[in-house]
Design a binder for this molecule. Structure first.
Ligand code: F6P
Length: 343
C-alpha cells in the first residue's frame, strides 16, 4: 500500500524522528511512503510530494524542524471544496492511508476527513501538550527544558540587578509549559491561561517575598495565552485559517503593572520560537520514535480514525474524535503544587 505522511501546524522538536520511524517501520510492513510537503497545503492543488525512503530519512533523528515543511493550511477553509480536493488528490495519487502528525488543528482536519471516509492515523504533536487522549505530546519535554534553562539564567541576572523578571513562554490555551518550567526553575509566580490573572495577588506575592524573605529579586513565568482581563494580550488581530489570533505581549503588560504597583524595577524576556527550534531531547526522540512505529503498525493493521497515544508507559491507539473533542488544560491539583512555592 502507498501511504502519505504530513506534518501540520507549528513545528515541534521530534517531527523528523516520527517521519524516520514511519519510514523504517513502514518498510518492514511493505508500505511505500510518500512525504507530503507543507501540511494539508500539500494535498491541495497542485499536490506537493516526494518519495520518502530509508536514504531520504537517514541522519534526521536529532534534527529540529521538519524535512516535510509545515503550514497552518485548513482545507475546510479553502473554498470551493478544499476537503474534496484533498480526497480527489489522494485517490489520483493512489494513496491508501494518511499519517497526519499534528496538534488540535491538523488532527481536527484529520478527524473530519476520517468521517468522510479517508483512512487516517494521527500522531500527537505540540510543544503546548494540550491534546487530549494522550498523557504527553512529543516536543513538550524539549520546550520545558529550554524554558527551564532560560529561567535558571534569568535568576542570576535578576539577582545581580535586584530586578523582577517576567519570562513569557508559549502556551496558547494551556499553561503546561509555564507550570512545568516554572516549577522546575523555581519561579515565584506562575500565570496560566486557565486562571484569570489577579495582578494584586501577583504584586502581593512579590512584595511579601521581598519584605519578609530578605529577597530583592523575583521571577514571574507567564504563558502567552494568560489573560489580564483588562485588555487583549495580542500584538495583532490577524487570524490564521483556524481562527487563532497571534499572541504576544502579556509579559510586557504584566511587567509594566508590577513595576507601577510595587516600585520594583521589572524587565521582560519573551522566549517565543526559541522553545520550538533546535534539537529534541532524548525523551522526545524516543517518544516520537515510538509514536512513529506505532502509527505505521496502525496502518498495517487497518486501525484508522485513531491516534497513537501515550497512556502511562504504553503506546496505544485512541479515537481521533476523542483526542480532538476538547483541549487538555492544567488541572487544579497539579497547579496547586506549583502554588506552594509562590511568593
Ligand atoms: O501551537 C504551538 C504554538 O507554539 C503555540 O504555543 C503558539 O501560540 C503558536 O504555536 C505560535 O504559532 P506561530 O509559529 O504560527 O506563531
Amino acid at each position: 500500500m502507498k501511504i502519505a505522511v504530513l506534518t501540520g501546524g507549528g513545528d515541534c522538536p521530534g517531527l523528523n524522528a516520527v517521519i524516520r520511524a514511519v519510514v523504517r517501520r513502514g518498510e518492514q510492513h511493505g508500505l511505500e511512503v510518500m512525504g507530503v510537503r507543507e501540511g494539508w497545503r500539500g494535498l491541495l492543488d497542485p499536490p506537493l510530494h516526494f518519495r520518502l525512503t530509508r536514504e531520504a530519512t537517514s541522519g534526521i533523528l536529532h534534527l529540529g524542524g521538519t524535512i516535510l515543511g509545515t503550514s497552518r493550511t485548513n482545507p475546510f477553509k479553502k473554498p470551493p471544496g478544499g476537503a474534496e480536493m484533498v480526497i480527489k488528490n489522494l485517490k489520483t495519487l493512489n494513496v491508501g492511508a494518511v499519517i497526519a502528525i499534528g496538534g488540535e488543528d491538523t488532527l481536527g482536519v484529520a478527524t473530519r476527513l476520517s468521517s468522510m471516509g479517508i483512512n487516517i492515523v494521527g500522531v500527537p504533536k505540540t510543544i503546548d501538550n494540550d491534546l487530549s487522549g494522550t498523557d504527553l505530546t512529543f516536543g513538550f519535554d524539549t520546550a520545558v527544558g529550554i524554558a527551564t534553562e532560560a529561567i535558571d539564567r534569568l535568576h542570576s541576572t535578576a539577582e545581580a540587578h535586584k530586578r523582577v523578571i517576567v519570562c513569557e513562554v508559549m502556551g496558547r490555551h494551556a499553561g503546561w509549559i509555564a507550570t512545568h518550567s516554572g516549577m522546575a526553575g523555581g519561579a515565584d509566580v506562575i500565570l496560566i491561561p486557565e486562571r484569570p490573572i489577579d495582578i494584586e495577588a501577583v504584586c502581593a506575592h512579590i512584595t511579601h517575598r521581598h519584605r519578609t524573605q530578605n529577597k530583592n529579586f523575583s521571577i514571574v513565568v507567564v504563558a502567552e495565552g494568560a489573560k489580564l482581563g483588562i485588555s487583549e494580550s495580542t500584538v495583532a488581530q490577524k487570524l490564521d485559517e483556524f481562527g487563532h489570533v497571534r499572541l504576544g505581549g502579556i509579559g510586557q503588560q504584566i511587567a509594566d503593572l508590577i513595576e507601577k504597583k510595587t516600585g520594583y524595577e521589572t524587565r521582560v524576556t519573551v522566549l517565543g520560537h526559541i522553545q520550538r527550534g533546535g534539537t529534541p531531547t532524548a525523551f522526545d526522540r524516543v517518544l516520537a520514535t515510538r509514536f512513529g512505529v506505532h502509527a505505521a503498525d496502525m496502518v498495517a493493521k487497518g486501525e484508522f480514525g485513531k491516534m497513537a497515544a501515550l497512556r502511562g508507559t504504553q503506546i496505544v491507539s485512541v479515537p481521533l474524535a476523542e483526542a480532538t473533542a476538547h483541549l487538555k488544560t492544567v488541572d487544579d491539583a497539579f497547579f496547586s503544587v506549583a502554588e506552594v512555592f509562590f511568593g
